[in-house]
Write a protein that binds this ligand. Structure first.
Ligand code: YNC
Ligand code: MG
Length: 388
């Protein structure tokens, strides 16, 4: 059934429920000299390109490919619209490899028609910290679909990851592949219910009027937690301590140091927003929350072209109740004119979703590990990882 995935070192459906298979790498690493030195073959009209994301023109080509061809919802009403600044942030974390930003061009015209990326990260599985590639932004132009280009892209990124002596990867997808580590659901909290209903993102509830709906989702003008403020560079050590402590609670989670925290959570305009609670008495940083910005293009609507969405990233409620912290996150997102605040049911998120009026979405997000087997599936709440 999965002509490609059946050949890969991933959990296979036929092994499900058998039990007894050991946890850990499925295949051992090979010698670097045994890694294929030359790129995989593409169909004759196409060629590989390494995308230099520092270069504004290349970045714009990648942006345009994704804007027109990347992930859509099941009803093809919305398409992710990652910004150029977001792509540069997502693809250039500490220690990134330019060679892992892989494009495919038409030889004759040089038009960019496919893309896949990896970035390096350390991911902890129980006690073991493993160097992995986080693979994302796999995209094939709509006109080149179903020609088995995706398996070639995946093999090529795998080859380039192996060349760095890295043998595992983490990735998410909306489709079911062999075999998810866990399956999560997105929940959505309306901030601008009228627009969300107008564009078909949500529907007016039974026995609800527009004005009752607007009242239901109304939020206070200002945040409520004393000492809640935007994160600054000087907060990196304290936020790193808070995050490391928090992430230790989950079975699978990133292993983040101060460099990673500076990159991944220090606020970057229209890309990532982070807030801390600084105790008014002790000036200690006691709590932290963050979200990233990922708009969607609205396809075929007369009045609106972009949905502005915030996505819950990492949150640590060590002193402030998580419910209060996240309510303040909703308030700042509303102040900043986001239309919707999204969150997965990972980590401790299920403790605030219903209470803060998030509703379950219809899409699922499956999490995968490449060349690493877990002894059992995880519950979303056992997962401490958010991929972009
Ligand atoms: C997918 N999303 O099952 P089988 S998520 C992985 N992730 O193989 P073709 C996928 N595999 O089943 P098309 C996949 N979608 O026969 C499909 N596949 O074994 C598998 N969409 O290839 C599929 N972006 O080229 C099948 O299909 C084979 O032309 C079919 O291309 C697929 O970024 C795609 O949703 C997704 O642009 C590129 O539909 C295309 O349809 C598209 O004939 C819209 O491919 C955008 C979209 C996917 C977003 C993402 C994570 C990707 C993870 C890739 C796997 C990484 C493995 C780890 C590598 C490093 C290892 C180390 C060490
Ligand atoms: Mg194809």
């Amino acid at each position: 059934r999965h002509r490609f995935w059946e050949t890969q070192p991933v959990g296979q459906f036929k092994d499900a429920g058998r039990g007894g298979l050991p946890e850990g790498p499925i295949e051992p690493p090979t010698a670097l000299s045994a890694v294929r030195p030359e790129p995989y073959n593409l169909p004759a009209l196409y060629e590989w390109t390494t995308c230099d994301m520092d270069d504004e023109q290349t970045c714009a080509e990648v942006y345009n490919l994704l804007t027109n061809n990347y992930v859509e919802d099941d009803e093809n009403m919305f398409r992710f619209n990652y910004s150029k600044e977001f792509l540069q942030w997502a693809l250039r974390p500490p220690g990134y490899f330019k060679a892992w930003h892989i494009g495919v061009r038409v030889k004759a015209t040089k038009k960019l028609v496919a893309f896949i990326t990896g970035v390096p990260g350390r991911i902890r599985v129980r006690e073991d910290i493993i160097r992995m590639a986080e693979v994302n932004f796999l995209c094939v132009h709509k006109k080149l679909r179903s020609k088995r280009l995706a398996p070639v892209m995946i093999k090529e990124v795998t080859r380039r990851v192996h060349l760095e002596n890295i043998w595992q990867a983490a990735y998410t997808a909306g489709v079911i592949l062999p075999t998810p580590v866990t399956t999560c659901r997105y929940w959505h909290r309306s901030l601008n219910p009228k627009k969300l209903i107008d564009v078909g993102f949500s529907r007016l509830g039974a026995r609800m009027t527009m004005s009752r709906t607007i009242r239901l989702y109304k939020l206070p003008e200002a945040t409520a937690t004393p000492g809640f403020r935007k994160m600054e560079l000087r907060d990196v050590p304290a936020v790193t301590r808070l995050l490391r402590e928090h992430l230790s609670l989950f079975v699978v989670a990133p292993d983040l140091d101060e460099n990673d925290v500076e990159h991944w959570v220090l606020p970057l305009e229209n890309v990532v927003d982070s807030y801390v609670v600084e105790s008014p008495e002790t000036h200690e940083v006691t709590d932290f929350c963050s979200f990233y910005t990922l708009p969607s293009s609205i396809l075929n609507n007369q009045n609106y072209s972009v949905l502005k969405a915030a996505y819950s990233f990492y949150n640590v409620a060590a002193k402030t109740p998580l419910l209060h912290l996240m309510n303040d996150a909703l308030i700042v997102a509303k102040q900043k004119d986001y239309d919707v605040f999204n969150a997965l049911d990972v980590m401790h998120n299920d403790t605030f979703l219903k209470e803060l009026k998030f509703g379950p979405g219809d899409g699922q997000l499956h999490y995968y590990l490449y060349n690493y087997r877990l002894r059992n599936d995880l519950k979303p709440a056992e997962l401490g990882l958010v991929l972009l």
